[in-house]
Design a protein around this ligand. Structure first.
Ligand SMILES: NC(=O)c1ccc[n+]([C@@H]2O[C@H](COP(=O)([O-])OP(=O)(O)OC[C@H]3O[C@@H](n4cnc5c(N)ncnc54)[C@H](O)[C@@H]3O)[C@@H](O)[C@H]2O)c1
Length: 321
């Protein structure tokens, strides 16, 4: 049993990670600013097993106080601004939270002697990959303010390993999907529109390719890195399941019993990366992690979850506007 401090634990992936570690008996403290994207309801299944503090990770004195009092064995750092479209409209808060907030967490871990910090990052730092897959040592070619802020944070984390010997890991995950995702991301947006018989906007011709990873698999991979990752190492976590956006949209429409005529092609996102793909040989060989959820099953379960929780989906969509 470990003491684990989780930033961004009221978010989509962070909360799945918290549910998994709390259920197995770890002592968990969540630090989360509860931005528009955060919601404590995601932690209702483990209420009473997890302590929660509303804290902005850019607030160094609060972060230091929390880390000092809790004395975690590990910090797992999810907190971030995460939506590419929002970063295109206004990048300021992305640089603030994703870079300066990460710096605060690194300093707290360094000065208070935390035994491991796991930083959660994204396949988007590698940018467009026309062919093949990016391994962990592939060059960074981020193309949106969001992915630039994440790449900068990754470099900072690596610099703390090299400069101070801080025991760190970096996780670069591919596109996650599953229950509780905020309806600004593709899959829950499509589910919402479909359930309300609204037009479903699809960028350009919907040909962009993403690697779809179920959030439960992602959280299991992060646990493996937290437990056994080699200090200083980055680990890609992907599913190997690549789909064009239009294929995902059509699958969701089919699962909700709605016609393809709801699809409406709209102007492309500026600077839109065409394809992401990561090579996950390292985590598979070194840590024995494998994805367990295939996309057909995961999507069907996800659609079923949103149907059963349509009140939450509708409320959050209202807040996203
Ligand atoms: N969703 C994906 O597909 C995906 C893929 C790869 C990597 N990631 C990374 O995984 C992490 C989690 O992503 P997610 O999809 O769960 O994000 P999310 O947007 O659902 O949740 C982010 C959480 O961070 C909190 N937060 C934001 N700013 C904060 C601040 N200044 N201080 C404290 N808390 C703050 C929010 O309140 C929210 O609870 C992020 O670092 C993201 O870059 C996400």
């Amino acid at each position: 049993m470990k003491k684990i401090l989780v930033t961004g634990g009221a978010g989509f992936i962070g909360s799945e990670f918290v549910r998994q570690i709390a259920r197995r008996g770890d002592t968990v403290m969540v630090l989360d600013a509860l931005t528009y994207a955060g919601d404590k309801a995601r932690l209702s299944a483990v209420k009473g097993q997890v302590s929660f503090k509303k804290v902005d990770i850019c607030n160094a004195s609060m972060v230091f106080k929390m880390v000092k009092n809790f004395r975690p064995d590990s910090i797992v750092h999810f907190a971030a601004e995460t939506h590419v479209d929002r970063s295109i409209k206004d990048g300021q808060v992305f640089l603030q939270t994703n870079i300066m907030g990460t710096q605060t967490m690194l300093e707290a871990a360094r000065l208070l002697g935390v035994a491991r910090l796991v930083h959660i990052s994204t396949d988007e730092v590698y940018g467009d990959v026309a062919r093949g897959s990016s391994a962990e040592d592939a060059p960074f070619r981020p193309n949106s303010p969001y992915s630039v802020s994440k790449a900068a944070a990754d470099l900072l984390v690596s610099s703390y390993f090299r400069t101070y010997g801080l025991p760190v890991n970096i996780v670069r995950a591919s596109n996650n999907y599953g229950p509780w995702q905020f309806p600004e991301k593709l899959i829950p947006v499509v589910i919402y529109k479909a359930l309300h018989n609204l037009k479903v906007p699809v960028y350009a011709r919907g040909l962009n390719v993403r690697e779809w990873l179920h959030v439960a698999d992602c959280a299991r991979g992060i646990i493996a890195v937290m437990e056994k990752g080699a200090f200083g190492a980055a680990y890609n976590i992907g599913s190997g399941i690549h789909r064009r956006n239009i294929e995902v949209v059509k699958a969701v429409l089919q699962l909700t019993g709605r016609p393809g005529s709801l699809i409406e092609y709209v102007a492309d996102r500026p600077g839109h990366d065409f394809r992401y793909s990561i090579n996950c040989a390292r985590i598979q060989k070194e840590l024995g992690w494998r994805p367990q959820v295939d996309l057909d099953t995961g999507l069907a379960e996800t659609v079923a979850w949103y149907k059963a929780n349509q009140g939450w989906l509708d409320r959050k969509t209202g807040q996203a506007r």
